[in-house]
Design a protein. Structure first.
Length: 608
């Protein structure tokens, strides 16, 4: 069993694989006393926990939803979406990874107070203990959040369960046959851990310029600027901080108060909105709203090393210098493989420039000129027919003289030759990358773990559900309507000009600003647009209890008269791929089959 192997590894203290983190050991097996005397050695336990962070920072799970398909058959997510999802075949599982992370965190917390982090200074010793504890509490909450999202659900007895709740490290004498705790108890533990983390950590890791800026509790211990900056200064930037802990708490609250879980989670939408509001106050509320936050991935001046941090990104991976995303997703004429193909379903979710859904008779949408006068965010996120991108006009027509759109049929896409939907991914990519193998230039990218827009949208969803679009009983200073207005204006709605230079108002938002139900639909749609291709859609559909099995559609573009070079084009919506999910039980993911077979006290979710 994997967990037993981890316990054996830790029991023998054979931490030897992170050689860039530790001094080489004379022996592989070391005593526990060595851990307490050598801080780098002890810190390895927490580093192992960080190595289990469950974030996916490239587009993967969206191809298992109604937002996209992949242009190759096979692969875990394609198989899952087309009917093979099972308790013993679950690419969405977080079970092993997150439980391993929790074990490392729990073991580290049992040791951290005994380690000599800074033997010569009591103030530095306490600061190290506080920071490391705070990080660990936040990490544990994060791991439980991902476990709840992937494995929480109703069992046959009608009770909503989470996962086994462990706050003490397991060892060889532990009883591994643990029952699942209630979903509500798991949420309470996440909240408590997030609160503990936020109480011990700074909002940001920044250097202080004088001793007077040091928190009073550390001044009382004799802390000085150099010691404080060593522990809590800029050199620690990238570690889990108080603002990250509060953002994680907001994510947990959103999950718990969503329709799929709220009946037994113990969290109301009002409580969730209040938690989200607190997290947003930490970053300055709407005054901290990043005006370029929806295009962080192409803000070139801020992507290179040494650039200032973007307010949009609360927590991120290290910068990477690569062109992997571009090689995978550029159209073929740009030497890419065109892997992730956005769906017509998602394209239809983008409104017109006047803010109206394309289904609204007053929107002005023309099915035979489908990309005209649309929300500017459509062209920011998706490459469609006729778009000029990276010095190339991309053509996705099936009978047009270009290599980007000829392979819409179900035979040729198996070779991954072109788009299946008539669209290519644009979001996350840099247009100044050249994927030509003979040139193969690389550029810096940032991959967020948590964005502030996600928390703003969570607040809007919960505040609208609790109090309606224009109420603010939390005192945060803004309403659900205010958030959606800011997001849409940033995207270009309500600020764009028509061909005559006249402002195009966001008439739809103003029409529905007092309608709670229509605002709820709009908030969900805004979340779909703003967070597209960030691996959120699958989880959102499930927590909203919305159908998972909506078939994926595409756009076929061809000449009306194939024999005429200047023939007008015909746009036809086509079926691309069925989604074979069972909505009666797959709203909740399974407990791994092997775990249920091994442990009699572990209840499976209903239907699996």
């Amino acid at each position: 069993m994997k967990k037993k192997n981890i316990i054996l590894l830790i029991g023998l203290l054979t931490i030897c694989s992170c050689q860039d983190m530790f001094e080489p050991a004379d022996e592989n097996n070391r005593s526990e006393d060595a851990m307490y005397e050598e801080s780098k050695y002890a810190h390895g336990l927490q580093i192992y926990a960080y190595s289990r962070l469950p974030y996916i920072t490239t587009t993967q799970t969206d191809v298992a939803t109604d937002d996209a398909v992949i242009n190759q058959t096979g692969g875990n997510y394609w198989n899952m979406a087309t009917g093979t999802w099972a308790a013993d075949n679950n690419p969405m599982s977080q079970w092993d990874n997150c439980k391993d992370g929790i074990q490392y965190v729990n073991l580290f917390l049992s040791k951290v107070d005994k380690v000599k982090w800074a033997p010569s200074a009591a103030s530095k010793q306490q600061m190290f203990i506080d920071r490391l504890k705070g990080e660990s509490f936040g990490l544990r909450a994060l791991f439980y959040y991902y476990l709840l999202q992937a494995h929480g659900g109703y069992a046959d007895d009608g009770q909503l369960y989470g996962v086994p709740l462990l706050t003490v490290a397991e060892d060889g004498s532990s009883d591994f046959n643990q029952a699942r705790a209630s979903f509500a108890d798991c949420v309470k533990q996440c909240f408590a851990d997030c609160d503990s983390a936020a109480a011990l950590l700074p909002s940001n890791y920044e250097d202080v310029s004088s001793n007077d800026e040091i928190p009073a509790k550390y001044q009382a211990l004799g802390a000085e600027k150099s010691g404080y900056n060593l522990v809590f200064g800029a050199r620690s930037n990238g570690l889990l901080s108080a603002k990250v802990a509060e953002a994680i708490k907001a994510q947990v609250a959103l999950l718990a108060a969503s329709p799929a879980f709220r009946e037994q989670s113990g969290v109301t939408s009002a409580e969730a909105a209040t938690i989200c509001a607190k997290a947003l106050k930490r970053i300055g509320g709407l005054e901290g709203f990043d005006p370029s936050g929806n295009t962080w991935y192409r803000n070139k001046s801020k992507l290179d090393p040494g650039a200032s941090e973007m307010p949009e990104i609360l927590w991120r991976q290290n910068r990477s210098n690569d062109n992997n995303q571009e090689k995978e997703n550029f159209p073929p004429t740009l030497y890419g493989s065109g892997r992730v193909n956005p769906s017509q379903n998602l394209v239809d979710a983008f409104p017109m420039a006047n803010g109206r859904p394309i289904s609204d008779p007053l929107s002005g949408y023309d099915p035979q000129n489908p990309y005209a006068n649309r929300d500017p965010r459509l062209s920011n996120n998706i490459i469609y027919h006729g778009m000029y991108y990276s010095n190339v006009v991309v053509s996705t027509g099936v009978d047009l003289p270009d290599a980007d759109g000829k392979m819409l049929d179900n035979l040729n896409y198996q070779n991954g030759l072109s788009t299946r939907t008539g669209y290519y991914l644009k979001k996350l990519l840099r247009d100044d990358v050249n994927a030509d193998p003979s040139k193969d230039n690389k550029k810096y990218h940032l991959y967020p773990r948590i964005r502030s827009t996600e928390i703003f949208l969570a607040y809007a969803e919960m505040a609208n559900d609790a109090w309606g679009p224009v109420s603010d009983p939390t005192g945060v200073g803004f309403t659900a309507y205010d958030v959606i207005k800011a997001i849409r204006e940033r995207g270009g709605l309500g600020t764009a000009m028509d061909a005559s230079g006249n402002l195009i108002p966001d008439v739809y938002l103003e029409e529905i600003k007092s309608d709670k139900e229509k605002m709820a639909q709009l908030i969900r749609n805004e979340r779909r647009i703003e967070l597209c291709f960030e691996n959120k859609r699958f989880w959102d559909l499930r927590r909203w209890k919305m159908p998972l099995d909506e078939s994926v559609k595409g756009m076929q573009i061809e000449k009306i008269d194939p024999d005429k070079a200047d023939s007008p084009l015909k746009y036809t919506v086509i079926e691309v791929e069925d989604r074979k999910y069972d909505n009666s039980y797959q709203m909740y993911g399974p407990i791994p089959k092997g775990e249920v077979l091994k442990w009699s006290n572990l209840k499976q979710n209903k239907g699996w």
